[in-house]
Design a protein around this ligand. Structure first.
Ligand code: 1CP
Length: 352
């Protein structure tokens, strides 16, 4: 009996995980950034019940439920842990509030060296609810689904820690970084080490892969890209690989433009997340690709979306590719458009 059980378990495959590892599977794996969230009425209902966004993130049964909500509606290949990139500064002791309609707000650090005053020792225990969420998901997710853990990349998290709020410019973070490049490098390396620890813990609890969101990579001056984006990402990946050599890491340096190739060549990522501006045909061939569909096309739906989806599938044919958006689902997106998108990807046939 034991042998039979072992045989069966080897047959079960996770198409998304296989693809990240460089295989071309018959099924093009599909998930969407922000697939759980405000466009879903069942998310909005739980969010209202929880009272605050952070309560949701730190409540394992609610966070697991939200993670699973999109998979109950759609034939996705992966679930992404429901949490936020800002739990790292929060777990380091920086206070954080998500203000309705305004996004996250943190009291910005006064100086770069303030990172040494943060509570690195207490950080893992504050994140325990996130690991408990993963424990629940590991039990509840079907065996063919891939569980994605994640963290913000150091530059993007530093933007919020130093500027204090979102909204796109992060002028204060950039000013502080440029004024003291050595101090900022140390800041990023410290953040890299806690981020690596966080991702390794997610993997130990059962994440099959992890994604690093560098949402604000496009704000980095060209001359600083190597130091602010590539070096910290490589440092994280080296540590994750040493602890978990088989776990592929997805890197998403949004709006990295001409730097995509160096990022893929130097960081050690297994898969490269593409924003809508990235051109699939000119991307490096040694990594898996993911993403690229403009979230506005999903918002629009209909023929506009169909044409964009088919163009992407054709451009990525013949290489390991995970279908996804080039950024998160826009909150006004009708849930039926997501169903339509899944239908198009599922009915598409590979060239033989
Ligand atoms: O209900 C609400 O009001 C909260 C909205 C919300 C949600 C649903 C926030 C606040 N975060 C999230 C979840 C979230 N955030 C996930 C969950 C998993 C999924 O994808 O389904 C993930 C992976 C993130 C990651 C995240 N948070 C990023 C990186 C990806 C990206 O969108 O660029 C960033 C930059 C954040 C910060 C953040 N958290 C929330 C908001 C509104 C923002 C952006 C603020 C800004 O514009 O600067």
């Amino acid at each position: 009996m034991q042998n039979k059980a072992a045989m069966i378990s080897t047959v079960i495959e996770k198409p998304m995980l296989e693809t990240l590892k460089g295989r071309i599977t018959p099924r093009v794996p599909l998930w969407l950034m922000r697939q759980a969230g405000r466009y879903l009425p069942e998310y909005r209902a739980l969010r209202a019940e929880a009272g605050s966004f952070l309560n949701l993130c730190y409540n394992p049964s609610m966070a697991a439920e939200i993670t699973l909500q999109p998979l109950r509606r759609y034939d996705f290949d992966a679930a992404i842990l429901f949490s936020d990139i800002l739990v790292i500064p929060h777990a380091l002791g920086q206070s954080l509030a998500f203000v309705e309609g305004e996004g996250p707000q943190l009291p910005p650090l006064e100086k770069l060296s303030d990172i040494d005053r943060l509570d690195i020792a207490g950080f893992e225990s504050r994140l325990a609810p996130v690991y408990q969420t993963i424990d629940i998901l590991k039990r509840e997710l079907p065996a063919d689904k891939t569980l994605i853990g994640f963290a913000g990349a150091p530059w993007t998290v530093a933007c919020y820690m130093l500027h204090g709020r979102g909204g796109g410019s992060f002028a204060r973070a950039k000013e502080m970084a440029l004024a003291d490049s050595k101090g900022f490098q140390e800041f990023l390396l410290k953040l890299s080490d806690v981020t690596a620890r966080y991702l390794i813990s997610q993997i130990r609890h059962g994440a099959d892969t992890v994604q690093l969101f560098d949402s604000w990579a496009g704000l980095v001056p060209d001359a600083c890209f190597e130091d602010w984006v590539i070096a910290p990402t490589k440092r994280i990946i080296d540590q994750v690989r040493a602890a978990a050599p088989d776990v592929p890491v997805i890197g998403f340096p949004r709006q990295a433009g001409a730097h995509y190739a160096a990022y893929a060549a130097e960081t050690g990522i297994a898969a490269l997340g593409l924003d809508p501006q990235a051109d699939i045909a000119s991307m490096p061939r040694h990594v898996c690709l993911q993403g690229n569909l403009d979230p506005e096309k999903l918002l629009a739906g209909g023929d506009t979306m169909r044409r964009a989806v088919l163009d992407i599938l054709a451009a990525a044919e013949g290489r390991p590719f995970v279908f996804n958006l080039g950024h998160g689902v826009i909150k006004e997106t009708p849930p039926e458009h997501v169903a339509e998108l899944v239908g198009i990807v599922r009915s598409w046939q590979r060239a033989t």
